[in-house]
Design a protein around this ligand. Structure first.
Ligand code: MRU
Length: 359
């Protein structure tokens, strides 16, 4: 990803070889602020308070969080304790658990400095693999956009997305944005309808920011506008990310995704999910069993933005009580296809991966 022409990853090991640099995503797009994570507690806080977010990036941050903890204390007890602490930070995205399991497995069987090295090596691999996964999601998703572009004879391909499943939610490229960036780069005219994504506005703040950085035409819309645009024939394709897909193909993603899928079905708009394999939870049969994170009501009752002096400010929107379920489940029957690093799948259950490594 490029910000003002400079390439960054959303998470990176610092030159010291052990501390980790992230962006404070709570401040984007108003302020580009880098934060160093030096302890497991800092990593856990960054995840819990959403300085860093998005299922694959939670995985990468969790993986390094475990490394940081081992650096302080490489004992079995501490490994278990840190694993539990990090796992409890955000319950819905399965990627976090997957990455913690991977690093823990790499660490077990070693002691002391060797254990720390093994953990760091696996965390680095998880980050590099994520970049490669997203690049491949892009390569598999690109033909879909080419096909629509061909049918439209040069008119822009209108894609509707929800939340942020771009490079800010991953280590690089993004899941839904990889095919969009590739299409844009090869001259296919694309335009993205960006759901603002209340309550935290990941669409308006983060997706719009990264699309702008890449020069992709886009328009931010209120979350309620999508159905109307679909009825008017102004959406060719919905493309969203996910935090967990269960064995039967149910898709858990940011609250509001389900309503978009319903509107897409009613209007014959293809509804695609972009996901890496670590987002599939083969141990869970159906979406109804996924733990849905309940976040603070303050995310609904307050909103952050820039005040007239250009300072980040917070205002209250309502004096009433609020509820804040952060995710919902879109049933598999509403999904047209799953764009993965291994190809576009129609069915999750019968395509269990044979091996962990990339095909
Ligand atoms: O609460 P967030 O901002 O972490 O939610 C992010 C999403 O819902 C994304 O769509 C999902 O994690 C996929 S990211 C490639």
């Amino acid at each position: 990803m490029k910000i003002e022409g400079t390439h960054y990853r959303s998470i990176a090991l610092n030159e010291d070889g052990w501390s980790v640099r992230i962006f404070d995503q709570r401040k984007l797009p108003w302020k580009l602020e880098f934060v160093n994570l030096e302890t497991m507690e800092q990593a856990a806080r960054a995840i819990r308070e959403m300085w860093t977010r998005g299922a694959p990036l939670l995985a990468a941050t969790g993986a390094y969080g475990l490394c940081l903890s081992l650096r302080d204390n490489a004992s079995d007890e501490n490994l278990e304790q840190a694993y539990k602490t990090l796992l409890a930070t955000r319950p819905t995205a399965i990627n976090l658990r997957w990455a913690l399991d991977e690093v823990k497995a790499a660490a077990q069987g070693h002691q002391g400095q060797e254990r720390i090295n093994a953990a760091y090596n696996r965390a680095k691999e998880i980050c590099d693999e994520d970049v490669e996964i997203n690049r491949n999601i892009g390569l598999h998703g690109l033909p879909l956009l080419r096909e629509i572009a061909k049918k439209k004879g040069g008119a822009p391909v209108n894609i509707l997305t929800h939340c942020n499943a771009g490079w800010l939610a991953t280590v690089d490229y993004g899941t839904i944005t990889a095919p969009i960036y590739m299409a844009h780069d090869e001259g296919i005219p694309v335009h993205v309808w960006v759901d603002e994504t209340r309550p935290r506005n990941q669409g308006a703040l983060l997706t719009a920011y990264e699309l702008a950085q890449h020069g992709v035409p886009h328009t931010v819309i209120a979350d309620n506008a999508g159905g109307h645009l679909m009825q008017k024939g102004q959406v060719d394709l919905c493309l969203v990310g996910t935090d967990r897909v269960t064995r039967n193909g149910d898709v858990c993603n940011k609250i509001g995704t389900y309503l978009k899928a319903l509107a897409a079905k009613d209007n014959n708009v293809p509804f695609y999910i972009a996901l890496p394999y670590p987002t599939i939870d083969y141990s869970m049969a159906r979406g109804a069993d996924i733990p849905i994170e309940e976040r603070s009501a303050e995310e609904v009752t307050y909103i952050d933005g820039l005040d007239e002096d250009g300072k980040i400010a917070r205002v209250r929107l309502t004096g009433s009580n609020a509820a804040n379920p952060a995710f919902d489940v879109t049933p598999a029957r509403l999904v047209t296809g799953y764009i993965t690093e291994r190809g576009v799948l129609q069915d999750i259950e019968n395509q269990a991966p044979q091996a962990r490594s990339l095909a």
